[in-house]
Ligand binder design. Sequence first.
Ligand code: FPP
Length: 250
Amino acid sequence: MNKEVDNPAGSIPRHVAIIMDGNGRWAAQNGRPRLAGHRAGVKSARQIVEACAEAQVEILTLFAFSSENWQRPAEEVNALMRLFIEVLQREVATLHDNGIRLRFIGARENLPTILQKRIEDAENKTAANTRMTLMLAVAFGGRWDITQATRQIANKVSTGELDVEDIDEAMVSRHLSLATFDDPDLLIRTGGEKRVSNFLLWNLAYSEIHFSDTLWPAFDSTDLATAFEFFSQRQRRFGQLDNQKEASAD
Ligand code: FPP
């Protein structure tokens, strides 16, 4: 079916990014330990991955662990690392069978060695899949990303590979973690807070932002449909006027 004709407003975002917030509060509301909230969060993630693939989303980026999350109590950090290792062990084959390519962004050198290995194996195994890319942001922060890009560019200038005059927005973009992937069209944040919390700072410049009060473990395909409905009603102008956008879309 022709997507343009079927859906002229472009109601399905091509790249969806999600700040999955509210696992801890969900656990507290249900009288359970925080880890139970994170486990329930994994179930939600699985459901949303399926729903996005069915809706023909091309890239789904999930913020699983931020640079700031290292400051949580060691017990919770360790439990989350164990959970990530377990989830990769359990889910990669299913993701692969469903044509999903897994990619990771973040300071992976700070992760436990075994998790780094699982990440590398998952990326290699699923590298040729084309149905949807599932991008997991782990040990990721927007400021970290801009800093590491700056460092790479500065190194290239110091070795003479680049001239200062070569540095423009496209060059900075290429050195960020999303590199050649398009920027998110839609950012969803669950759990009621209205912040970007050091997620993809550069890449969210023109994203539509949908805040949902639903706590992440309770977020389901109906909530996702609400977010897509919000997106379909937005008019994206990228800083231009309406008539300019129409002209440049021709
Ligand atoms: C957000 O809730 C939870 C996290 C950032 C931790 C990790 C996320 C998951 C386990 C879900 C999906 C995992 C994968 C691997 C896709 P919070 O702890 O900040 O909740 P609170 O704000 O209610 O305390």
